[in-house]
Write a protein that binds this ligand. Structure first.
Ligand SMILES: [Zn+2]
Length: 383
């Protein structure tokens, strides 16, 4: 009895392993079709492939596998990862759309074209490392890939389809390399985790609704000298929009239809200088900000109060107490300037503090003290 069971067991094991060996040897679990060129294959579907880790082979029947067909793995609910070999240059429309378990994808380093909706609604997908040969990404290619955190768009890409990354609600790191000249409609709409975006110098136009409802967006950096922003491109967005001051064609008033609330910020390469008191041997300066892009000087960090380079220097003569306008003479003009400064603020600049009576405050009493000092001399000293 024992011996008989033993033989049956051996036979079963042999049969199973032979069957498996045949499957592996053939490598034809997936389904394929020959391409029109007669010398390469496309993967058309899952066939009898059973592993959740999908590995697409480089070749089939001795010929290279160069593409993944339209809708090849659409709505597959078991694939967790996919390896696409470097022989593949094309991923067809909706090839992996709705693959809700798909987490990891290794894209071919030779990929040139990714079809419409290629990874549409792949809600578990965590990465998409796009290579440097890719030239086309179709419409809605990564729509609603909610777990995608970062994407770097290579400079080889000339065209990205409508809404390709819209609804990627965890996408917080988007790098756009120089190459792409326009952003399509809805491209990054609803990317609510995005905080900051830099549009490199090649980007000359931003499509309608391209960043619509990106509620997290705080800083937008435009590197082109002039960008054509289409209607509602920033619908629902409230952010600082930084642009170059060195090109006069940039005019924030040209852009009224972008939808959100953009606070236009220019002079973004400023250097801050602290106030330095003049000494007996060298002049000092007031606190100021210098923009290296346009060579202009400002009295505030936001660069709203432009001053001239002559305004920043406090000469040794200027250091004379009471000569608040720094013209080398202490007179009624300084009294007026002090009064105006106290009432109207920095629009009337002074080169020193105005606490002439030394009571710790700057007010009308100090202006009176200065007036008395000018008329009656050192009976009314300036502190
Ligand atoms: Zn500037």
């Amino acid at each position: 009895m024992k011996k008989r069971y033993y033989h049956i067991l051996i036979a079963v094991i042999l049969a199973v392993s032979l069957f498996a060996a045949v499957l592996y040897a053939e490598g034809d679990d997936l389904s394929y079709s020959m391409n029109g060129d007669g010398s390469s294959y496309s993967v058309t579907g899952i066939g009898h492939y059973w592993d959740s880790e999908l590995v697409i082979p480089e070749s089939y029947n001795g010929l290279p596998v160069t593409s993944i067909s339209t809708r090849a793995f659409e709505q597959n609910k078991s694939i967790v990862s996919v390896y696409i070999p470097d022989s593949v240059t094309t991923i067809g429309d909706f090839a992996f759309s709705g693959c809700s378990k798909l987490r990891e994808v290794r894209l071919s380093n030779s990929l040139v074209s990714m079809g419409k909706g290629a990874f549409y609604n792949c809600t578990a997908l965590e990465n998409a490392d796009l290579n440097g040969y890719l030239s086309v990404i179709g419409d809605w290619a990564f729509w609603n890939c909610q777990r995608l955190k970062s994407v770097s768009i290579p400079g080889s890409i000339s065209s990205i389809g409508i809404g390709a990354f819209s609804g990627c609600t965890n996408l917080s790191d988007i790098r756009i390399n120089d190459g792409l000249s326009s952003l399509s409609q809805y491209l990054f709409a609803d990317c609510t985790s995005l905080r900051s975006i830099t549009l490199p110098s090649n980007v000359a136009s931003v499509g309608e609704y391209a960043f619509a409802d990106c509620y997290g967006l705080e800083e937008i950096f435009f590197r082109n000298s002039h960008v054509n922003i289409n209607g509602r491109a920033f619908y629902g967005v409230s952010a600082n929009a930084h642009y170059s001051c060195s090109d006069s064609s940039w005019n924030e008033f040209n852009f009224s239809g972008y939808g959100g609330e953009l606070r236009w910020v220019s002079h973004t390469n400023t250097v801050h200088f602290n106030a330095v008191a003049p000494s007996e041997t060298s002049p000092g300066n007031i606190e100021y900000w210098y923009c290296s892009d346009c060579g202009r000087y400002f009295a505030d960090a936001a660069c709203t109060k432009e001053i001239s380079e002559f305004d920043i220097t406090i000469s040794i003569v200027d250091a004379q107490r009471g000569d608040v306008d720094g013209n080398g003479v202490k007179n009624e003009d300084d009294v007026l300037r002090s009064l105006y400064h106290i009432f109207f603020g920095d629009a009337y600049k002074v080169n020193q503090d105005l606490d002439f009576n030394g009571d710790g405050a700057e007010n009308e009493d100090d202006v009176l003290r200065l007036l008395y000092n000018i008329f009656f001399g050192n009976d009314y000293p300036l502190s």
